[in-house]
Design a protein around this ligand. Structure first.
Ligand SMILES: NC(=O)c1ccc[n+]([C@@H]2O[C@H](COP(=O)([O-])OP(=O)(O)OC[C@H]3O[C@@H](n4cnc5c(N)ncnc54)[C@H](O)[C@@H]3O)[C@@H](O)[C@H]2O)c1
Ligand SMILES: [Zn+2]
Length: 816
């Protein structure tokens, strides 16, 4: 490479690295893996070494990646917080060891090995035994002061007790979010339809920088400490410092080890390669540090890293797997996400059977073909990803994956907006997952408040055709007898492309066999979770023999199942079986595979299929099919639902208006609109002018109202809801007339009144024939001047020549 070529490349790399640093440290996001990032940095380092004249002071190789933010006060670190050199290779580790030996001039040194915790670095300063300051690493020289947030972490000691605690010292460590907490937060977010957090590190980093420490406290962060800095403490070795930290009550990970030479370090690395996945947090490597402080000083630092330490990073594990099929999930906004179903592989301590493919571009980028063998990788991210195709293993006859053109849930032709990577199902009104989102909004606490209609129940009612719009909810009251026995839990189903229904393997095996408990089938499957379906079915026969219940009959059924699966090659999804296959074993003779297939492509539950098949079942068949089904609606559930639905008819007009889910009408806007237009008819007839005259109403809202009312379907739903007794007007509070002494008078009260609360004075004025006006204007007859009336209001009133009268005078004016 010539110097001018190098210059171009260096500029390009610098730009890319700065961009990813910004994302990583400021926005807590990553678009590339750490491995890819480290490769870019490594290339830049190599180029700068080859062309030293091109090295600039502000190169990312010379600076710690982070910066300080504007949101917090900043503080200067007494000792700079540095980065660590890193490597993914054993060779470079040996080279590091050589450099240390050369630097010291002998081999008389020890290493101290720790895991590299994947979180955010923090520095804590203690004075007189009290935590006085917690500061992020920032740009290494200066960091953000996040003391309040760090104080919420339970195992950060706020005061230190013990002997010989120095009057001032600094401790450094890594704040992290335990994986369990991370999973908990994400499952809550998933339930609420919020976007998931990508990984525990980013979540921890984002949390530390939050403005509200009460939210931080809820996140249950944790911290491991790994460094003590003190001029007073009499220590010369890192292992002594760690012992001291433990004695003072700091949380130290028990995973450290002192190693005599690089060989021992290598075996420490091997020991933890797999075992680290059992730790409560994510780790991405091992840090080895020279143990002796004098030796450290001798070795010194570069601009960015110490020469006495290095991180060995485990490369994200990758494994080979067979692409079984692709399913397409439809989100509540209609967005389609393809998911790859894979043959099970063990990765980073867990069995992986699925990988997200994000969108059609990703499938194209990978060039996926049906039945491909692929490389799956699980890095810091929770959802594994496919990183490549093993072309040598591709069969000649295999075809490229065809992205679906129809929505798997409702059959509508998908659309893809320009500039967007995802396909969408435009059928917002009827597509089940999208309808689910709308109904969830309708029944929400702040809307119609029907809490007996939880997500699972709504989904069941939608899937089985009982709810297609809001008004259908109220018609359920008259259909209770049909609801009995309806299936509820959808977790046991999956829909493959072309809408084909799959049922969870544990349910299928439970329904197909006799005398074996569901829980023991589940246990069996958990123990075999890394086996393929074929292997599982084989092993299951052994399990049947162990169980000694109806052995011959049960084994015969499973063998029949195996042969049907071979005869009818449906797409494969690990842990699920195609419903037509399962049902063919139970009612195949009466219905036939073709018809079962057709039924399974239209119905979303086994209950629905059996109803549609319209056959009479023997008692034995009925029992088995019951075992296949999930929880069903029982009388208690139904009456509870009906009660909630009936009660919701009492909700006021503003709540109903909010519930309709008209675009841009939030809770607040609904209240404002309902006040200004106290019935749906007035709102519908309102002109754009009338609407815009209201504070808080803009063009966008006017347009969405117009659009909403222009659809006859919406008008129909409103009429049906009205006929069910929902309020489409604000109830006029009947105000008894108390007299007419204020007839025709326009009145305003300002400041604090002695005899009235705010709305009481309005009622009082109105019930005496007057009109209450909300702002100072020329048309006012007078203003009741309360205590502490605002000076600007007073000034304006005087300017307009409006009379001000006292509360006492006002009362005497009104003859009761
Ligand atoms: N994917 C991306 O886009 C992207 C962008 C920027 C940085 N990164 C990644 O972030 C890291 C950035 O490197 P860096 O400069 O922050 O340094 P680093 O994270 O590689 O190493 C230094 C840090 O390691 C931490 N650490 C954890 N356990 C430790 C232990 N036992 N002892 C000492 N320190 C320990 C400390 O917080 C310290 O600040 C790299 O791993 C890089 O791959 C990724
Ligand atoms: Zn759809």
């Amino acid at each position: 490479m010539t110097a001018s070529e190098a210059k171009v490349r260096i500029e390009d790399l610098t730009k890319q690295i700065n961009y990813h640093n910004h994302l990583y440290y400021q926005e807590d996001k990553s678009e590339i893996s750490d491995f890819e990032f480290d490769k870019l940095l490594e290339e830049l380092i190599a180029l700068e070494e080859e062309f030293p004249e091109l090295l600039s002071d502000d190169s990312p190789t010379q600076r710690v990646g982070g910066t300080i933010t504007k949101e917090f006060e900043s503080a200067t670190h007494e000792y700079r917080m540095l980065s660590l050199g890193n490597t993914y290779s054993e060779e470079e580790l040996l080279a590091f060891d050589e450099r240390v030996a050369k630097g010291l001039g002998h081999r008389n040194f020890e290493y101290f090995c720790e895991l590299k915790f994947d979180g955010v670095a923090i520095s804590l300063v203690y004075e007189n035994g009290k935590l006085v300051r917690a500061v992020t690493r920032g740009d290494g020289t200066k960091g953000d002061v996040v003391t309040e947030n760090v104080k919420t972490i339970r195992n950060v000691p706020l005061t230190i007790k013990g002997n010989n605690v120095p009057s001032k010292f600094e401790v450094r460590g890594e704040i992290f979010l335990p994986r369990k907490e991370f999973d908990k937060i994400n499952s809550e977010r998933e339930a609420q339809g919020d976007p998931l957090l990508a990984n525990p590190r980013n979540a921890a980093s984002g949390t530390v920088k939050m403005q509200d420490s009460t939210i931080v406290a809820k996140r249950r962060l944790n911290c491991y400490f790994y460094q003590l800095i003190s001029d007073e403490a009499d220590i010369n070795q890192h292992d002594q410092a760690m012992t001291l930290l433990e004695a003072w009550g700091f949380n130290v990970s028990p995973t450290y080890q002192k190693c005599l030479g690089i060989k021992e370090v290598l075996s420490y690395i091997e020991t933890w390669r797999e075992k680290r996945h059992e730790l409560p947090l994510d780790t991405d490597g091992v840090v080895l540090k020279v143990n002796d402080y004098d030796q450290r000083e001798e070795l010194g630092f570069t601009a960015k890293i110490p020469r006495w330490a290095i991180a060995y990073k485990y490369q994200a594990e990758s494994a080979e797997s067979e692409l079984l099929s692709i399913t397409y999930q439809v989100g509540r906004t209609g967005a389609i996400t393809p998911v790859a179903n894979l043959s099970p592989v063990l990765l980073a301590g867990t069995t992986v059977k699925r990988a997200s493919l994000h969108n059609a571009n990703e499938i194209e980028r990978l060039g996926l073909h049906e039945g491909d063998y692929v490389l799956v990788e699980k890095g810091g991210e929770i959802i594994p990803k496919i990183t490549g195709v093993i072309l040598e293993k591709r069969k000649n006859s295999s075809k490229p994956i065809q992205y679906i053109s129809q929505c798997p849930e409702c059959g509508t032709t998908l659309i893809r907006k320009e500039s967007e990577a995802k396909h969408y199902c435009p059928n917002a009104k009827r597509c089940p997952p999208q309808l689910l989102g709308r109904i969830e909004h309708f029944v929400h606490k702040r809307a119609m408040d029907i809490d007996s209609l939880g997500t699972e129940r709504i989904r069941a009612l939608i899937d089985q055709g009982y709810i297609e719009d809001f008004a259908d909810i109220y018609e359920l009251i008259h259909r209770t007898d049909q609801l009995l026995g309806l299936e509820m839990s959808q977790d046991q189903y999956q829909i493959a492309d072309e809408g084909l229904l799959y049922v969870a393997l544990h349910k299928a095996l439970f329904g197909l066999t006799d005398g074996i408990a569901l829980s023991s089938i589940q246990q069996f499957l958990n123990a075999n979770s890394s086996a393929t379906l074929e292997q599982t079915l084989k092993a299951f026969q052994g399990f049947i023999r162990e169980n000694k219940k109806k052995v011959a009959q049960n084994i015969a059924t499973i063998q029949k199942l195996e042969s049907i699966l071979i005869a009818y090659p449906f797409p494969k999804i690990e842990d699920y079986l195609p419903v037509p296959v399962v049902l063919s074993l139970l009612i195949g003779k009466q219905v036939g595979m073709t018809r079962l297939k057709e039924l399974s492509s239209h119905e979303h539950t086994i209950h629905g299929i059996i109803l549609r098949a319209d056959i009479s079942l023997s008692t034995e068949q009925e029992e088995k099919i019951k075992k296949l089904k999930s929880n069903t609606f029982q009388e208690g559930v139904i009456s509870n639902m009906v009660e909630g639905i009936n009660a919701s008819k009492q909700q006021t007009f503003d709540k109903v208006l909010f519930a309709l889910g008209i675009r841009n009408i939030g809770e607040n806007t609904a209240q404002i609109l309902a006040k200004a237009f106290p019935s749906i008819d007035l709102l519908k007839e309102a002109s754009a002018e009338d609407l815009l005259a209201i504070n808080g109403v803009g063009e966008t809202l006017v347009n969405s109202l117009r659009e909403y009312f222009s659809e006859t379907e919406n008008i129909d739903v409103i009429e049906r809801l009205r006929s069910h007794g929902l309020s489409f007007e604000l109830e006029k509070k009947e105000k008894p007339s108390l007299g007419n002494s204020l007839n025709g008078k326009k009145i305003l009260a300002s400041g604090k009144l002695l005899h009235f609360k705010r709305d009481e004075i309005i009622d009082f004025v109105e019930s005496h024939g007057g009109q209450y006006v909300k702002s100072v204007s020329k048309s006012l007859d007078f203003i009741i001047e309360g205590e502490e009336m605002g000076p600007s209001k007073k000034e304006k009133a005087q300017k307009l020549g409006i009379k001000l009268i006292s509360e006492e005078d006002f009362l005497s004016m009104v003859k009761v």
